[in-house]
Design a protein around this ligand. Structure first.
Ligand code: ADP
Ligand code: MG
Ligand code: MG
Length: 884
């Protein structure tokens, strides 16, 4: 085949798994099974390179392809003794797409290609069954018409229904050879009308057209959207497989089926699947007849079952991975049609990875690598009980993980109103817009019929942590009628629906859910991840309870403890307000003295919970007027109630002070270390409280490791001034106590200027912590609160930005600043500790970046820890490959 230039075509027996990029997944699998001696119907694969060359040469076959296809057909003919296009023992083939990884949007398989009136007669002669061959021809015209010629398949279904009505029959099997002949003729009429061309009768033309359609499907809209979402390259191309047909519909000694080598719902290591006797191809999944569980094949055809089971085991061991198999039995003889890594639920993915390690088939690294961070994420959300029998009414894009049940609402207002009454609601919309936000936030899950993974609905759902299924194109939603239809089923406002954002499935009614949890298998996998990762995983926590939780999820430190929460709670706010109202430093110190024991208790609790581990405590950050929020209402209330003069005067003073403190841009105003410079006594009190708490713990035999973080520094002079004052305080407190504790001073990197001067800053700071929420705001010059509700999501929808930079770290901008800072920081102080404490610390892509610039830890919400742990391990493995 390769004699004239480039080799575009490989017989199955000439390929193997190592050629996956060239042959695609399906082609490589067929080749591998063939060379392993399994019964695979003879066939050949047209390479992904041919697909790319087809596009390069303006959608025409590259030179040599047609002749190589012809030669490969002759090769099959000689293997099978059949003849392509001949009425004498005709060769029929299937044409199957198959990219490097299996992806939605690729062309569906065309079966029975090669049939026309003459070859059909040959098939009748061969099988002695006219009905069989007329039905086969009908299937082919229908498949070719819809798949290759792009005619709406409902038009064909309608013909069959109408014909059944005419002849007064209800089921397909009742239709005779004659019936199928009539139906096929009508199909051809439709095709002529819709496409303006006569149905191609020449098998060679049929084949060429089908191959081109496979190639074209690579650049279909769905396929492109899918690749964009999963960041797969567009220059892989798809391969095309041409394979001898075998027939599972030649009677009761024939059949077809699918099976997984393990249960894809829960990972249980048993053969799992279904088959149908006397059926072809997709009859099993089409749901026309109810398939039998694979275990019953053992009784129906014992030797076939035994043979299949042996292949299944062999293939799983060979690939050391759960396989998704397809087979057909033709007149008692088994044929293997497909092997590929099987899709599975997140729980099954984890169980299978752990089991394969325990069975000695894969390494711990491989197990960790195989489980995606999103699968771990899905385990932490409520999910559908793997043992529940579910029958989805529709499937869309799995845009945000987790599952939820609730009553259907078609408008954001209905959703919000019903949620207020305590109802669980599922918001169902064609698509969502910023006006729907209140209804989305009030819902348990979102379902849309339009839009992809970066649609408004998908982005907002991920941000809210709600399950979402989007782009569920089969839903015909009528918002004004308050109904949607799907495949003849009607669902109305108020009906109960379950949405599984991890799989994209939509079910009618309630489905048993399992709450999010770290299962023993997941814990095992995470421990293996811990052995691999270099990055430490810390958590953000403001209270001892959160700290305990973080520890139980495997936190190795607290990366951000925010003290302003402590200022707002309960009876503290009046003291804090007093402090803010104080007109002299002396008055202010009095209020601070009252706050001191309270803060000390806070720190005592959190440092104790995190004993032996570092706790980064951020000194007061927000502008003071935030503690005076709502004082106007307070004053109005008192006036309305005719309160006493003293209370009124106090309320009036608060309003006046709030007005004095008012800023046009508080985000860029008197906050962070600027506050600490103007009112040094506030930070002094906080540092005293921290050191005293640590000293107390030390006296009790507990090792406390506070790290004091000075926020929002942009200039070294700010840091130096604040830090030297606070160091004196810390020294004085220790001197008074006659004891010493270990602690650090450092700063939060949230302003570009700080990053660019990190060398200077690190001469003073013993640690740097990237506060990437603010750093993203200050780098982009975008205020998150103003942007996310309005233009920022549009940016993502329109592709101006690839992602919301507040969710996925912007490597080119924010990341570049971090890299500069990390490098300069280490040069200035080689044992400097550098981490990240923004929300990005829990995002896999951002974690990968943190690994690549050599940070020491990532810190995010305690609930993200399992995701951070696996993502950090993935990042390490990736980095390892890059270093090698
Ligand atoms: P998918 O990626 O959708 O599984 P396939 O090509 O594997 O696409 O399958 C489509 C259906 O057609 C499957 O049931 C498969 O077993 C069947 N099929 C594909 N090729 C042949 C063939 N040569 N003979 C019989 N059935 C086939
Ligand atoms: Mg298949
Ligand atoms: Mg900040």
């Amino acid at each position: 085949m390769s004699s004239n230039g480039h080799q575009w075509v490989y017989a199955f027996r000439d390929g193997d798994e190592s050629m996956r990029n060239l042959l695609g997944g399906k082609g490589a699998g067929s080749a591998e099974m063939t060379t392993a001696g399994m019964p695979v119907p003879p066939g050949f694969t047209i390479t992904t390179e041919a697909c790319l060359a087809y596009f390069e040469s303006n959608e025409s076959f590259p030179e040599g392809l047609q002749s190589q296809i012809d030669a490969a057909l002759i090769d099959i003919e000689s293997q099978t003794g059949k003849n392509f296009g001949s009425s004498d023992n005709p060769l029929l083939v299937s044409v199957r797409s198959g990219a490097r990884v299996s992806m939605p949007g690729m062309m569906d398989t065309v079966l029975n290609l090669g049939l026309n009136t003459q070859t059909m007669a040959g098939l009748t002669e061969l099988t002695g069954d006219e009905r069989f061959s007329k039905d086969a021809y009908r299937r082919f015209v229908q498949g070719f018409g819809s798949i290759v010629l792009g005619i709406d398949s409902r038009a064909f279904e309608a013909v069959i229904e109408a014909h059944k009505e005419t002849v007064q029959k209800t089921e397909d099997p009742e239709l005779t050879a004659e019936d199928w002949e009539t139906v096929t003729a009508q199909f051809k009429d439709i095709i002529r009308r819709e496409s303006g061309e006569v149905f191609p009768d020449d098998p060679r033309e049929q084949l060429a057209r089908a191959v081109q359609a496979v190639f074209k499907s690579w650049n279909g809209k769905r396929a492109i959207d899918y690749r964009n979402f999963h960041r797969l390259p567009h220059d892989w191309g798809t391969a095309c497989n041409v394979q001898t047909m075998v027939f599972g519909n030649m009677g009761e000694r024939s059949g077809t089926g699918v099976a997984f080598t393990r249960d894809p719902n829960d990972g249980n290591p048993v053969l799992y699947g279904e088959y149908l006797l006397n059926a072809q191809g997709e009859d099993v999944v089409a749901g026309v007849r109810t398939p039998q569980p694979i275990s019953t094949l053992q009784n129906a055809m014992p030797s076939v079952y035994k043979e299949f089971q042996a292949y299944a085991e062999k293939l799983e061991s060979h690939y050391t991975e759960m396989q998704d198999l397809e087979f057909t039995i033709e007149d008692g003889k088994l044929f293997m049609l497909q092997t590929r890594a099987g899709k599975r639920s997140p729980a099954a993915a984890i169980r299978i990875a752990v089991d394969l390690v325990n069975e000695g088939k894969i390494t711990k690294e491989t197990a960790v690598q195989r489980v995606e961070a999103t699968q771990v994420d899905a385990m932490l959300h409520p999910r559908i009980d793997g043992t529940a029998k579910i029958s989805p009414i529709a499937q869309g894009l799995n845009a945000s993980p987790g599952a939820a049940s609730g009553t259907v609402a078609f408008t954001a207002d209905t959703a919000a109103t019903r949620a207020e009454n305590g109802d669980a609601v599922i918001l169902v919309r064609p698509e969502t817009s910023p006006d729907d936000f209140h209804g989305m936030a009030a819902s348990q899950a979102i379902l849309t019929s339009r839009g992809g993974a970066t649609s408004h609905a998908a982005i907002v759902a991920r941000q809210l942590g709600l399950p979402a299924v989007v782009g569920c194109e089969n839903l015909l939603i009528d918002v004004s009628a308050g109904t949607f239809r799907v495949d003849g089923l009607e669902v109305s406002d108020g009906d109960v629906l379950t949405v599984d954002g991890s799989t994209g499935n939509v079910m009618l009614g309630e489905v048993p859910l399992i709450p999010g949890e770290v299962t023993p298998e997941l814990e095992q996998l995470l421990e293996w991840a811990d052995d691999i990762r270099r990055l430490e995983t810390w958590a953000n926590a403001d209270t001892p309870v959160e700290a305990e939780l973080a520890r139980s999820y495997g936190a190795q430190g607290i990366g951000l403890c925010r003290t302003e929460h402590m200022f707002r709670e309960g009876n503290r706010l009046p003291i804090v307000q007093d402090m803010i109202l104080a007109e002299t430093e002396e008055e202010r110190r009095k209020s601070l003295t009252r706050l001191l024991p309270i803060q000390r208790d806070d720190f005592y609790g959190i440092l104790k919970a995190m004993h032996d581990l570092p706790v980064v405590i951020r000194l007061l950050d927000p502008p003071l007027h935030e503690f005076l929020a709502g004082v106007e209402n307070e004053l109005a209330d008192l006036e309305a109630r005719d309160a006493n003069a003293e209370d009124l005067a106090l309320a009036q003073r608060k309003v006046t002070r709030a007005n004095e403190l008012h800023e046009a841009n508080p985000m860029l105003g008197l906050r962070g270390c600027r506050l600490g410079l103007i009112y040094p006594e506030i930070y002094e009190m906080q540092v005293r409280a921290i050191i005293e708490a640590a000293l107390q713990l030390k006296a009790e035999g507990v090792r406390a490791r506070p790290e004091i973080m000075i926020p929002l520094v942009s200039h070294i002079a700010e840091l130096k001034t604040v830090e030297s004052g606070l160091r004196e305080t810390a020294a004085a407190v220790q001197r008074d106590a006659g004891d010493e504790i270990e602690f650090k001073f450092g700063t939060m990197m949230e302003v570009p200027r700080a990053c660019l001067t990190a060398g200077e800053i690190s001469a003073t700071a013993e640690f740097l912590s990237f506060g990437t929420n603010d750093l993203t705001q200050t780098t982009f010059g975008i205020s998150r609160d103003d942007a996310e509700g309005r233009f920022l999501l549009r940016y993502v929808e329109d592709g101006i930005l690839p992602e919301n930079p507040f969710q996925v770290l912007d490597r080119a901008g924010v990341g570049a600043l971090m890299e500069i800072a990390a490098r300069a920081g280490r040069t200035a102080r080689n044992d400097i500790e550098i981490g990240i404490c923004g929300e990005h610390g829990g995002d896999p892509s951002s974690i990968e970046f943190c690994e690549s610039i050599g940070l020491d830890y990532v810190s995010a919400s305690p609930y993200r820890l399992p995701v951070s742990r696996i993502a950090a391990a993935h990042a390490r493995l990736e980095q390892g490959f890059r270093d090698r």
